[in-house]
Design a protein around this ligand. Structure first.
Ligand SMILES: Nc1nc2c(c(=O)[nH]1)N[C@H]1C(S)=C(S)[C@@H](COP(=O)(O)O)O[C@H]1N2
Ligand SMILES: [Mo]
Length: 419
């Protein structure tokens, strides 16, 4: 089997030339063979609307998050990763996971209380918090249940699943707020402090214990998302941000932080978000999200329209730091070659990758594999199952394979790889 290196510029140009020649021959069909569904007026002859007080998407663009049928207050909606470009998730497409719906919180009466093992217990209004030095971080939030369908028995795996439906409990924003280390200086946290409780103001009263090493490293309380006030769905007016750590611990609608010398053993870190291993022991406080990558272009429901140059595109990320490399296999995992990484490559953030190849109508299983700067590598299905244990489906970061069929349609191929 031939190993496919990254195509050089000349090859890409040649392939591009074939591509455009074919397009010319197709008359009214667009670049990907779709016929144009509308007849817009000739914009050069019609006076357009005046500037608006609030911009809108083009009426031809109607993105939606994926909601499973029957989604309720305790439910989730998934980011449509396959339609996004670059690393930032538009705020209204950020995934949502609520345990008891979205509370309405008046920012005027909002207060954050910090108490426990501190010299000066304090309450902070939103304006108080905005007076502290502000910092921003572009990073992902990923639910630790993301992609758990891929942990079910191979027989139960759907083949007609989109990247967003599979792994869309993952989004990236630029978050702005205050470093927790700054606030803990203000209240005078004790040297004996080893844990911090973060508690939300929703009906679930979500509470999680956070180790002090994370609190003092890069944890933040954030009031802004992609340049404006954080959205109600993301925790308005304030959420905890723990870059690279499981979504659940990023407590939304934050109202209370209690400093302590022991974990609090909350419901969401004992009965939930704990992993049962093969020998019956439990892993607790498994916060860091593993390296993972996902092909978002050349995956279901994309259909290859013609032979020739195609670009595999996707995103890779790791809770362990920056992405160091992404490898691509075009033959079900036998041979691997390095994908190009697209700048910016940021800490605990999505990094775009791409890999061009020439498709001549052959059946292929394509895969991507992420490695982070700590040399942690994304595992295949079998190794991932063995590593996490049969009693859990959290933190499923196994390699995601896609099968390109001879007729050009693409399906999720975990079943074939797992078999
Ligand atoms: N207060 C509160 N915080 C919460 C939750 C919640 O239900 N209530 N859900 C958690 C879970 S399980 C996840 S994955 C993330 C989801 O964040 P998002 O809805 O902004 O994407 O928030 C976490 N923080
Ligand atoms: Mo979650």
């Amino acid at each position: 089997m031939k190993d496919f290196p990254l195509l050089d510029r000349r090859e890409v140009l040649k392939a591009g030339l074939r591509f455009s020649t074919a397009t010319l021959g197709m008359g009214a069909a667009g670049a990907f063979g779709q016929s144009v569904p509308f007849a817009p007026p000739d914009s050069t002859k019609v006076l357009g609307p005046p500037p608006s007080a609030l911009g809108q998407r083009s009426p031809f663009e109607t993105p939606q998050k994926f909601l499973r049928p029957g989604t309720a207050a305790a439910g989730a909606s998934f980011t449509p990763l396959e339609i996004l470009h670059g690393i930032i998730t538009p705020a209204d497409l950020h995934f949502e996971r609520h345990h008891a719906g979205i509370p309405v919180i008046d920012p005027g009466s909002f207060e954050l209380m910090i108490h426990g093992l501190v010299d000066r217990p304090m309450k902070f209004t939103l304006n108080d918090l905005k007076r502290f030095p502000a910092t921003s971080k572009i990073c992902f939030i990923e639910c630790s249940g993301n992609g758990r369908q891929a942990a079910s028995l191979p027989d139960g795996l759907p083949e007609d699943i989109t990247p967003g439906q599979l792994d869309g409990l993952f989004s990236v924003s630029e978050w702005t707020g205050v470093k927790l280390s700054t606030l803990l200086d203000e209240v005078g946290a004790s040297r004996r402090a080893t844990w911090m409780l973060a508690e939300g103001q929703d009906a679930a009263v979500m509470g999680r214990s956070i180790p002090m090493r994370k609190v003092l490293d890069d944890a933040m309380v954030v009031y802004a998302q992609n340049g404006e006030a954080i959205r109600p769905e993301q925790g308005y007016p304030l959420r905890l941000l723990l870059p690279g750590w499981e979504g659940n611990a990023n407590v939304k609608w934050l109202r209370r932080l209690e400093i302590s010398d022991a974990p609090f053993m909350m419901r969401d870190e004992t009965s939930k978000y704990t992993d049962a291993m093969a020998d019956g022991r439990m892993r607790m406080f498994t916060f860091e999200m593993a390296p993972k990558s996902l092909i978002t272009n050349l995956s279901y429901p994309y259909v290859m329209q013609r032979k020739g140059f195609h670009e595999i595109r996707g995103i890779a990320w790791s809770g362990g730091g920056k992405i160091a490399r992404v490898d691509i296999s075009l033959d079900g995992g036998r041979n691997w070659a390095r994908a190009a990484l697209q700048e910016p490559v940021l800490d605990k953030c999505a990094t775009c990758f791409r890999y061009g190849f020439d498709w001549q109508g052959e059946e292929r299983i394509i895969m991507s594999r992420a490695t982070d700067e700590q040399c942690n590598t994304q595992l295949g299905y079998v190794d991932n199952e063995a590593n996490r244990g049969p009693g859990t489906s959290y933190h499923n970061s196994a390699i995601r394979p896609w099968k390109i069929h001879a007729d050009g349609h693409i399906t999720f191929a975990m079943k074939e790889v797992a078999a």
